[in-house]
Design a protein around this ligand. Structure first.
Ligand code: HEC
Ligand code: HEC
Length: 274
């Protein structure tokens, strides 16, 4: 009887030892949390991060950024809630993806480059100088939003881990005519039936909108974003509806993108010190 208990005891001991070994070899993968850090960094760094957030929310009117903006949009018009909305082109976690390969530029770009390129295209403006205060502040704010996240540089495209997922529907299936009706029913109240905006929403086409170099000027990209971002607070468009509306929105005129017109003068391309 005593022997039998002894055997059971030894078996249990060996079992738990084996379990420990196995679990040590297969560490559980911790899922990443993408969230706004609870505190700003102290001192001057915190000031710059706060300034970056203010510029992201008031890009077209902020004293530091307005001279570089050529439309009535802010970064926050598309990167909803200053980029903290996890679904709609979020800034959360994106600093971990840079430097990243950019198929468009055919080179590896930094987060700062990516930020500045949005001024030329989505903001239809001029690229602020590298190292300038406006550029450093926005980049500091976006980097702060990746606090605690693991670096995973992206060797395929300049996009972070939570980027807007492409739709499954084929872009050729877009029906702009159908999109026109959907637009007047679901979008025109805020963006105006002429697409030029209202108190309740920014312009979606015309002179004060993003230009033809912006990601949003491609129907597939705009549709994927609409699906997760519009109408605000009740995003429930089907893939077909999102695509049709995107085709309708992008069938209107908007500023033509010519790269040279959006670059600063050579001596303004970078600065040392503010
Ligand atoms: C007209 C809409 C629009 C505006 C305005 C805009 N962006 Fe973007 N931006 C986009 C879209 C769409 C993407 C692609 C995002 C995705 O696929 O998740 C993007 C991508 C980015 C990325 C890369 C995101 C990643 O996942 O790596 C950065 C950084 C960025 N924008 C910064 C800015 C900044 C800073 C401003 C303001 C100066 C700005 N953007 C203004 C639409 C816009
Ligand atoms: C209740 C008002 C409202 C409705 C309805 C609405 N939007 Fe918006 N939309 C906004 C606001 C506000 C923003 C800017 C987000 C911000 O600043 O927080 C915006 C941003 C946008 C943008 C990016 C910025 C720009 O102007 O290019 C696009 C594109 C857009 N909306 C398209 C649409 C489409 C298409 C629909 C219909 C499916 C729609 N919206 C419905 C209020 C609305």
């Amino acid at each position: 009887m005593r022997d039998r208990w002894m055997i059971i005891f030894i078996l249990l001991l060996t079992g738990s030892f084996l379990l420990t070994v196995v679990s040590a070899e297969m560490p559980t993968v911790k899922s990443e949390k993408y969230q706004v850090p609870s505190e700003y960094p102290p001192h001057e760094l915190g000031e710059i991060v706060r300034l970056g957030r203010a510029i992201v929310e008031q890009t077209n009117v902020h004293p530091l950024s307005k001279e570089y903006v050529g439309n009535s949009l802010t970064c926050s018009s598309c990167h909803l809630k200053a980029g903290t909305d996890l679904r709609a082109a979020t800034f959360l976690g994106i600093a971990t993806a840079y430097p990243a390969w950019s198929p468009r530029e055919k080179r590896v770009i930094t987060l700062e480059d990516r930020v500045l390129n949005c001024f030329m295209r989505s903001q239809n403006g001029i690229r602020p100088p590298l190292g300038s205060k406006v550029s450093t502040a926005i980049t500091a704010y976006i980097t702060w939003l990746s606090s605690g996240n693991t670096i995973r540089m992206n060797h395929e495209k300049p996009l972070g881990p939570n980027h807007v997922r492409p739709l499954k529907i084929r872009t050729e299936l877009a029906n702009a005519k159908r999109g026109a009706t959907l637009f007047s029913n679901q979008c025109a109240d805020c963006h105006g039936s002429e697409g030029t905006g209202s108190e309740a929403g920014p312009p979606v086409w015309g002179e004060n909108s993003y230009n033809t170099g912006a990601g949003m000027s491609h129907n597939d990209k705009l549709a994927a974003w609409l699906k997760v971002a519009m109408p605000p607070d009740e995003t429930n468009l089907s893939e077909q509806d999102a695509l049709d509306i995107a085709a309708y929105v992008n069938s209107h005129g908007r500023p033509e993108f010519v790269l040279e017109e959006h670059l600063p003068e050579a001596k303004q391309r970078g600065v040392y010190g503010w």
